[in-house]
Design a protein around this ligand. Structure first.
Ligand code: SF4
Ligand code: SF4
Length: 395
């Protein structure tokens, strides 16, 4: 490793990166289209990949449904850190006369022919896959879930990428014998929408490494689960942090799943605002009022580096019940009095009946709640002001 590489890596580490590595356009050339850095920067020769770890204890409280908001806040802080690291690397490379860009850490997808905007997308191919860059740069390997797994932090990392015209000495991928995934399959067992098949596999090759990973259901399936349009597992005994329910089983066929996802996106108040995070992720994560609404990611949260911990995490997830919406915008584990109510957004919502019986107006705990929650709370307040809630809950 030369002086230039050491300087860039030290800079990233000094700003909060836990892991940093370098790869090249040529090394990534055998990967899928989203491994091509020239899509965003035609002059790209090198790719700097960096990872920031999530707070493990906060993640544990999240998956066990003890605390919701701290994990959301942790993700927002990390997104800010990723931008700051990337900006500093770009500035450094620019000062040396190289072209460089900081790739948005999330929410940026390649245009799809049939989609006018993100609400009509069904494939969600990223501009650049941070995971493929990280694999090639020796940050981690792809686990059965398809998530990027590191040796120290398991899958509990968020990734950032800078691509540059500078020619830098690349690192090598983690060898097979040190692969962090041991095929425990806990990721398959904690996905509420059964996105991650436990047996069927597929292969992906990047940087001369061929990974055998789960054959997943269409991406709109995860979109429905991860956005929170469906939080309940098929067993109906546990959910992710979403209080929303489709009120039907998830479609099997891709066409039907895609159509359902589009209809839900179209009805989702979040997608109506011009300032939503899909239009400008950077602006969203630096907006002090924006709440990083995370309700799932359980396939990642379960996947800590130690096998015993993963097995225990699976139980934390599946033994901690289901989630209801409170009228102050918070989410909590549902008790026996929780009921499901149809909303105007193509979804049912789980809410505790005590909440609806209470006529006292509730103040919001924080200003930047998810727009769907806000609209649903407003709807519930209007509909159920002083009525007998149980009589008015719809089937
Ligand atoms: S949960 Fe287990 S099988 Fe899934 S990616 Fe992590 S280590 Fe691999
Ligand atoms: S983020 Fe949630 S819905 Fe998506 S694959 Fe992971 S566990 Fe499943």
């Amino acid at each position: 490793m030369g002086f230039a590489e050491t300087k860039l890596k030290s800079l990233a580490l000094s700003l909060g990166a836990d892991l940093v590595g370098i790869t090249s356009r040529d090394i990534l050339a055998d990967g899928p289209p989203s491994a091509d850095p020239c899509y965003l920067l035609p002059s790209a020769n090198s790719v700097i990949s960096f990872a920031v770890s999530l707070d493990r204890n906060i993640a544990k409280d999240f998956i066990s449904k003890k605390k919701w908001q701290p994990h959301c806040d942790n993700r927002k802080a990390i997104a800010q850190t990723l931008y700051k690291i990337g900006d500093a690397l770009v500035e450094q490379l620019g000062s040396e006369g190289y072209q460089a860009i900081n790739v948005d850490p999330n929410s940026k997808y390649r245009p799809e022919d049939a989609a006018a905007d993100v609400t009509e997308m069904t494939e969600f191919y990223p501009d650049f896959s941070h995971r493929y860059g990280a694999l090639a740069a020796g940050i981690g390997r792809l686990g059965w879930s398809g998530n990027l797994l590191t040796r120290k932090h398991g899958a509990l990392v968020e990734l950032g990428t800078v691509m540059t015209s500078a020619i830098l000495a690349p690192d090598t991928p983690i060898p097979d014998k040190e692969h962090p995934c041991d095929r425990c399959k806990m990721c398959s067992l904690v996905c509420p929408v059964e996105m991650i098949h436990s047996k069927a596999s597929t292969q992906v090759t990047v940087a001369g490494v061929t990974e055998t990973i789960s054959r997943k259901r269409p991406n709109t399936c995860c979109w429905i689960g991860c956005t929170g349009y469906e939080g309940l597992a098929a067993s109906q005994t546990w959910s992710n942090w979403s209080p929303y329910r489709l009120g039907r089983t998830m479609p099997e066929e891709k066409q039907e799943l895609d159509a359902l996802c589009i209809s839900l996106q179209k009805a989702d108040p979040q997608m109506q605002g011009a300032d939503n995070s899909f239009n400008n992720y950077r602006q969203a994560v630096f907006d002090p009022d924006w709440f990083y609404y995370s309700v799932c990611g359980f396939c990642r949260g379960v996947c800590m580096s130690n096998r015993e911990e993963r097995l225990a995490n699976r139980k934390l997830i599946t033994d901690s019940g289901t989630v209801a919406l409170k009228l102050d915008g918070s989410h909590q584990v549902a008790d026996k009095n929780a009921i499901e109510i149809q909303t105007p957004f193509g979804l049912r919502v789980v809410v505790t009946s005590e909440e609806l019986s209470n006529e006292q107006p509730k103040t919001r705990k924080w200003p930047g709640q998810f727009p769907l929650d806000r609209e649903v709370i407003q709807y519930l307040r209007q509909q159920f002001k002083s009525a007998d809630v149980k009589d008015r809950a719809t089937d």
